[in-house]
Design a protein around this ligand. Structure first.
Ligand SMILES: Nc1ncnc2c1ncn2[C@@H]1O[C@H](COP(=O)(O)OP(=O)(O)OP(=O)(O)O)[C@@H](O)[C@H]1O
Length: 370
């Protein structure tokens, strides 16, 4: 069932467009990450969903009902920000009970709901502790619990982990995943952190300059981005981009990148006919294999080898292009050596050289995913 439907949503401030014709459908029980760089329009979108900002045009529907003109408190949306909205002069129990007291719920029911939520959030042992002096992740648990106890129709999390230290962020990420699974809550997660988006969300909506660039499941958005912007924004290191031109022959379709020809699997018939069309080839660092010299026609020079725990990142010079490769195996090559490369043909994306828009269909590519 569609929980939230956003149709042609737009927000302008004078001549400036902060959000441009946004369409988004979120299903019941789904976690969707709204991801993009600072200033891309995430907060504006969120504020329009919550009801704090009036849209200039378009519609927002929750369970099929338009929210235009519905005040924020009546939309059934629970909101958690990066600053822990916790009352410092109250105990954890009082914080959790607050929203239910405001709703004038019976005392016995409040006690029951608070216990249930405390159990869900792992706060049972600290229910009677004051929140003053609590660490960031505990405070965020309380803030989240305070919202969840009110049983919101949609939970909106705005950069909820960005004030936490790295180790705590990892722990809370796992916790959020568990809580979402356990409750089946519909969640919108606003972040500029791609790792959070990839690890938490079922689907990701990537925004750039007020525009929704790509909305799809995490696998699709990561491996087959609709625009070079998405491939460059997601991933660390990001997608490699190589400029070249299409070369079709009886042997198949290739992209000539100057120093080598890279085979591309199963491109659409129209594209394979566009011999000479200028394209940008995109390939993820983990979709390139490092081979012994002479093992393929694609030769590169090794510029740098970085051992990062289980992974090794190798920086290579391929013709005029500097690219990065990720290997999960030990790399026995030396810096300065020439090696050969193999691109996973089914994992290659092609983009128009001028617009940066994908010109290969992801479904065609997915079938061949190596
Ligand atoms: N009240 C306003 N008046 C004029 N411009 C605004 C207003 N609110 C936001 N903007 C502009 O709209 C654009 C989008 O802002 P928004 O805060 O939605 O981006 P964001 O992606 O949430 O960024 P951040 O991650 O930094 O919060 C920005 O260029 C911002 O300057």
């Amino acid at each position: 069932m569609t929980k939230l439907q956003i149709k042609n949503l737009r927000k302008t401030y004078g001549a400036f467009t902060a959000v441009e014709g946004l369409d988004l459908a979120i299903e019941q029980g789904e976690t969707v990450a709204l991801l993009g760089p600072s200033g891309c329009g995430k907060s504006t979108t969120l504020n329009m969903i919550v009801g704090l900002t009036e849209p200039s045009a378009g519609d927002i529907r929750i369970d099929g009902r338009s929210m235009l003109g519905v005040p924020p408190g009546k939309r059934g949306i629970g909101l958690v920000f990066q600053d822990y909205a916790v009352f410092g002069n109250m105990t954890v129990r009082e914080n959790l009970a607050f929203g239910l007291k405001v709703r004038r719920m019976a005392k016995r029911d409040i006690a029951e709901e608070v216990e249930k939520t405390a159990d869900l959030m792992g706060l049972t042992d600290s229910l009677d502790n004051p929140t003053t002096g609590m660490g960031g992740s505990q405070l965020q648990r309380v803030a989240l619990g305070r919202t969840l106890v009110t049983n919101p129709s949609i939970l909106l999390l705005d950069e909820p982990l960005s004030n936490l230290e790295a180790a705590m962020r990892n722990e809370m990420r796992q916790e959020l995943r568990r809580i979402q699974k356990q409750t089946g809550q519909t969640v919108i997660y606003v972040t500029h952190d791609q790792i959070e988006a990839l690890s938490l969300a079922h689907r990701i909506a990537v925004m750039e300059q007020g525009r929704l660039v790509h909305y799809g499941d995490t696998h699709e958005v990561y491996h087959f981005p609709k625009e070079t912007f998405v491939g460059g924004f997601l991933g660390d290191p990001p997608m490699n981009f190589l400029s070249g031109s299409i070369q079709s022959s009886a042997a198949g379709t290739f992209v000539d990148i100057g120093c080598a020809s890279i085979q591309v699997n199963k491109v659409s018939p129209e594209l394979s006919l566009q011999n000479g069309r200028k394209v940008t080839l995109g390939v993820r660092p983990e979709s390139i294999d490092l081979l012994a010299p002479g093992a393929s026609d694609v030769r590169a020079e090794i510029l740098l080898i970085e051992q990062l725990g289980a992974d090794t990142i190798v920086t290579l010079l391929l013709g005029a292009h500097e690219i990065k490769l990720r290997s999960t195996r030990d790399v026995s090559h030396q810096i300065g050596e020439t090696c050969s490369l193999r691109f996973h043909t089914g994992m290659i994306s092609l983009f128009d050289a001028e617009t940066g828009v994908q010109v290969i269909t992801p479904t065609a590519n997915k079938e061949n995913a190596a």
